[in-house]
Design a protein around this ligand. Sequence first.
Ligand SMILES: *Cc1c(COP(=O)(O)O)cnc(C)c1O
Length: 221
Amino acid sequence: MAVNIEAYNSIIEELKSKSVQLVAVSKTKPMEDIKALYNAGQRDFGENYVQEITEKQPALPADIHWHFIGHLQSNKVKYIAPFVYLIHGVDSLKLLQEINKQASKNNRVIDCLLQVYIAQEESKFGLDENELQEIIANLSSLTSVRVTGLMGMASFSDDLSKVRNEFHNLKSIFDKLKSQELPANCQPSILSMGMSGDYQVAVEEGSTMVRIGSLLFGARK
Ligand SMILES: *Cc1c(COP(=O)(O)O)cnc(C)c1O
């Protein structure tokens, strides 16, 4: 069994004391591994690929919260709209408009996090602060989505002071957003930052939700 239940229990304990939520990132991992973690009590799972999440969702328990954490293409939103619990990586108004349209078709409101670009090192997906404000300014007409927070990825770097700095920046953007006047469907309470290699730094910098894969499921090929 590749799933590390011992690591899971200790991470859960550590996060619980800080009121941080865990999304177990199960991309590329088999259903058996997800079931093993489900049986240990985990309900929130994160996937990166539309085809994979749509195969896994109907085959696994209905009370799983499925988080989509990958880069989402507008033309694929329709496949996950019926069941997705939280979309982490919204990085354009066009994508948010499509999520709104598909949510409405499914008679639901879909919760989303706006992905902010914070990594200095490499180019990653995400909004800058102006683009973030532009989306907020257009949000009130998109009544089938709700923005519940922000998501970010730090540089892949051994330099944890750089990583800390990037998380710190995202936390300030998050705090600034929370303090401004917002449309009714913008209720930022979630700050999704931190992965296997940097989640402790992220939590110290104010993360409320970490996305952890390899520490729980083992390395991916
Ligand atoms: C794969 C992935 C993770 C988990 O990465 P690990 O290093 O295995 O913990 C977290 N967030 C995103 C966006 C990912 O793509």
